[in-house]
Design a protein around this ligand. Structure first.
Ligand code: NAP
Length: 336
């Protein structure tokens, strides 16, 4: 069943990490405060079918100043009203900056919005079955359209569970991202490696999943960090570009599986390692059987069903993984 040594099959699961404290709901969405855009630029490596930007918002003078953390989200309240004439509800965006902000003083936060460009499809009874007109959504295009100097209504922050530990040096890290799921890891990596104090010397790996090389996000920054910090390792999983042997490129969890023996097995087998996943739900459904198949279930997973625990993880059904396998506190998950 297991095709590599079950390095973490300890009797006692190792202790949960102590996460850094985080404040939430300092600004309620019903009473947003005004931020101001200080920068906006594409954060994609090349020309692509997607449009994803890095947008910086000055929140100085608001309750958010100095009080958001990498890994949290914040709210944006788009202008205008919904189909029922009510003001639009708040939308949550991942903070892409470290806790010390883009400016080093917690005054400017950033996020990674992706343009929504889609066709309408009937969602519920009564919807016009022939309506396939252009769907642009409400908020992400608004955020991508914002220009330097524009005001934007913001709220938050939110989230207390997807955070760096209080003492980062006590852990090693495996960050796994698909697409815009890189946002919190940009902030966390800058915090770990480029903060005001001494850089964290722990072993840190990031696996970034994207359809094509041109879709990689923050690629220049991540390559720079890898050059500057020998303890940081940046891996890319490019899913739609053929490999030399003609196979499709790997998904993130497939790359982890394929590189378990030479790269990830040793890292995952340490009691001090934390795993963070952010992005598409499919990555979680794919990763959990990989962790279990390599003997890491005790450390990172709670299998809520004895029958499932006894099975070869590689034969787990996706639905069983979704319903009956939960991450432990050493495996932090933000997926949609
Ligand atoms: P994307 O570009 O569509 O996909 C990124 C990569 O993931 C592609 O290589 C894609 O491969 C691959 N992928 C697709 N299905 C997969 C599966 N089942 N298992 C593993 N990999 C898979 O990503 P995106 O449009 O940026 O979407 C990112 C997601 O992250 C969104 O759902 C967003 O809401 C979420 N997100 C969450 C947070 C948060 O929780 N805080 C923050 C930011 C983003 P193919 O396309 O080739 O199949």
């Amino acid at each position: 069943m297991s095709d590599s040594p079950p390095a973490a099959a300890s009797a006692e699961p190792s202790p949960a990490p102590v996460l850094a404290p985080a404040e939430v709901n300092l600004v309620r969405p019903k009473e947003p405060v005004i931020g101001r855009v200080t920068a906006t630029k594409s954060c994609m490596r090349g020309k692509s079918a997607s449009f994803i930007r890095h947008v910086c918002i000055d929140v100085s003078g608001t309750p958010l100043e100095g009080r958001f953390r990498a890994g949290q989200s914040f709210g944006i309240v788009p202008p205008g009203t919904d189909a029922n004439g009510r003001p639009h509800a708040v939308r949550l965006y991942s903070i892409a900056s470290p806790s010390f902000g883009e400016d080093g003083a917690g005054k400017v936060l950033s996020t990674t919005p992706k343009r929504v460009i889609d066709e309408r499809t009937p969602q519920r009874e009564g919807d016009d079955p022939d309506d396939h007109s252009l769907l642009l959504g409400v908020c992400s295009n608004y955020v991508c359209d914002l220009r330097v100097g524009d005001e934007v209504r913001v709220a938050g922050p939110s989230g207390r569970s997807f955070l760096l530990p209080e003492d980062p040096s006590r852990h090693d890290y495996l960050f796994l991202a698909t697409g815009t799921g890189i946002a919190p890891f940009r902030g966390m990596l800058l915090e770990l490696l480029e903060g005001p104090g001494e850089a964290c010397r722990s072993e840190i790996h990031l696996v970034m999943g994207a359809p094509y090389t041109t879709d990689l996000l923050y690629d220049d920054l991540l390559r720079d960090l890898e050059r500057k910090h020998p303890n940081f390792h940046y891996h890319v999983a490019i899913s739609r570009e053929a490999r030399p042997d003609g196979r499709r490129g790997p998904y993130v969890h497939q790359l982890v599986d394929e590189r378990m023996h030479d790269t990830f097995g040793d890292l995952l087998g340490r009691d001090r390692t934390l795993v963070y996943l952010c992005g598409l739900k499919g990555m979680q459904v794919g990763l959990f059987p990989v962790l279990a198949a390599h003997g890491f279930a005790d450390a990172y997973l709670e299998i809520k069903d004895a029958g499932l625990a006894a099975m070869d993880p590689r034969s787990w059904e996706d639905d069983d993984v979704r319903k009956r396998v939960r991450p432990t506190k050493r495996c932090m998950v933000e997926v949609y």
